[in-house]
Write a protein that binds this ligand. Structure first.
Ligand code: FMN
Length: 186
């Protein structure tokens, strides 16, 4: 698939088939993800990539993440999604990738974001759906959760992406042409 086609056709997927994603495919996608540019200051391993599998396992985590968000909203109804009965944190996807940024380096969360965007596009190019989900981050950062999930010490989860075979084809919201300023010398 042409990279322009992937960029323009990718949409967030919130309905998945229950089929597992083969690990070989996940490995291929994550290898594509880490081709993202990183500055020298980030070092050779700015991230730890963690994969959690199993729709029912993830759905149970999602319920906990939603309940945590509901209880810890920074202001009343600030996280309205946590109050919506139809909102699912992991959308019943069969796989979750956590990009965990090496702690103590302000650049590494940006590295994770660049790699995650590669993952979204690579997944689309291989016929998978994906959704970048920020909703679980408060719960993931709460005491004891990283250790429970087996995330490595010294890294903070900063990007969560669910993956799976799509059960919907949303039209989504194609972006308008950006305003461009051609900054020429006067
Ligand atoms: C940082 C970030 C956090 C997001 N968090 C969620 C989320 O928790 N749940 C969700 O369903 N979508 C989430 N999204 C997906 C956006 O809603 C989606 O990308 C946006 O509406 C544009 O739609 P598109 O991805 O189909 O183009 C998130 C996207 C980003 C970049």
């Amino acid at each position: 698939m042409d990279v322009f086609e992937a960029i323009h056709a990718r949409r967030s997927i919130r309905r998945y088939r229950p089929d597992r994603v083969p690990r070989a495919l996940l490995q291929e996608l994550l290898f594509a993800a880490v081709q993202a540019p990183t500055p020298p200051v980030s070092g050779t391993s700015p991230w730890a990539l963690c994969v959690l599998e199993g729709m029912e396992r993830l759905a149970a985590y999602g319920d906990r993440a939603k309940a945590y968000a509901f209880e810890h909203q920074p202001a009343p109804h600030a996280w309205a999604w946590a109050e919506r009965p139809d909102f699912k944190v992991f959308w019943d996807a069969p796989a979750l990738v956590l990009f965990c940024a090496r702690r103590g380096n302000p650049e590494t969360p940006f590295d994770c974001c660049r790699a995650a965007q590669n993952l979204l596009l690579a997944a689309h190019a291989r016929g998978l759906g994906s959704c970048w989900v920020g909703a679980p981050l408060p719960w993931l950062a709460s005491p004891g959760v990283a250790a429970e999930l087996g995330l490595p010490e010294g890294f903070d989860p900063v990007v969560a992406v669910v993956l799976g075979y799509p059960a919907e084809q949303p039209v989504g919201s194609p972006r308008p042409e950006p305003e461009i300023r051609w900054c020429e010398t006067s």
